[in-house]
Design a protein around this ligand. Structure first.
Ligand SMILES: [Fe+2]
Length: 284
């Protein structure tokens, strides 16, 4: 197979062609993919035939997998399910069901698992059932945003630490956690400016889970986090992916934000399976 790497967006992202994930990847092929991941941050593979076992095997090439936390419908497994289908009955889950309210948090720009002590390296999302319209996933590069910052601001950001919290981010969409869920979800501290160890490029650990800047007054910290988020996610800097059957996307949680967009969950079935690869240690 000959691998081709084609840009998805002027700022970041690439489609990888000529790869059959289900057939298994030799070391040389995976090395090309891993290199493209470090370089382009978001990798799209089309026309894949992926089931849960194949997705786990592919994901583990990037590193050990996380287990999904309290409150996600797939809690305790290696999958974070993005779906309106009740897995026990096959029926559509009503809009006001707690499982759907939990997923409303995905409409906010975020980096998966930035609320964990060890933030994630990357996420891998693949299609099982795709609605005929709606349900895009949008991506933005905090690396591209960082490059635009004036030097004085870059200097000011260096060394800052941000507290990330799933309890905080879910509160933004009105999702109420039980006391037990809250107890299982302590806040985590992340370095704001994160450097890629392979190419030295810097990105920002921001997004919905980013609650406050440590040792800064609340309002001043909020204003800076909001300003950085607005810069990162300005429309022309975003890539919006319209899913087709057989798509699989890998994204770098160290330097990318993403968000879900709505679809008619009362009419269409949607089942996406996400695996999340753990990082190699605390970022602070
Ligand atoms: Fe996500």
């Amino acid at each position: 197979m000959t691998i081709a790497i084609e840009p998805l967006h002027p700022l970041f992202g690439a489609e990888i062609k000529g790869v059959d994930i289900a057939a298994g990847l030799d070391a040389a092929t995976f090395a090309v993919i891993r290199g493209a991941f470090e370089e382009h941050s978001v990798l799209l593979f089309r026309g894949q035939k992926v089931d849960d076992a194949i997705q786990i095997a592919f994901s583990e090439r990037f590193g050990p997998l996380e287990k999904t936390v309290a409150a996600n419908p797939a809690r305790g497994t290696v999958f974070a399910r993005q779906s309106n289908i009740d897995m026990a009955t096959g029926a559509l889950i009503p809009k006001d069901d707690r499982r759907m309210k939990y997923q409303a948090g995905n409409y906010l720009w975020h980096s998966d698992s930035s609320f964990k002590q060890v933030p994630s390296l990357c996420s891998i999302l693949s299609t099982r059932e795709v609605p005929p319209e709606g349900g895009n996933t949008e991506f933005a590069s905090t690396r591209a945003a960082y490059d635009l910052l004036p030097d004085e601001l870059k200097a000011e950001l260096e060394g800052l630490v941000v507290e990330h919290s799933l309890v905080y981010s879910r509160s933004l969409t009105g999702f109420e956690m039980t006391e037990q869920e809250k107890a299982e979800l302590p806040t985590a501290r992340q370095i704001l400016v994160r450097t890629n160890p392979v190419n030295g490029r810097k990105g920002l650990m921001i997004g919905a889970h980013a609650a406050r800047i440590v040792d800064w007054p609340e309002e001043k910290g909020r204003a800076l986090l909001d300003e950085l988020l607005a810069l990162t996610t300005r429309p022309e800097a975003c890539y919006s992916h319209a899913w087709r059957d057989g798509d699989l996307i890998v994204w770098d949680n160290r330097c990318c934000l993403h968000r879900a967009t709505p679809y008619d969950s009362t009419r269409y079935r949607r089942l996406m399976q996400r695996t999340t690869v753990a990082g190699d240690g605390p970022a602070v």
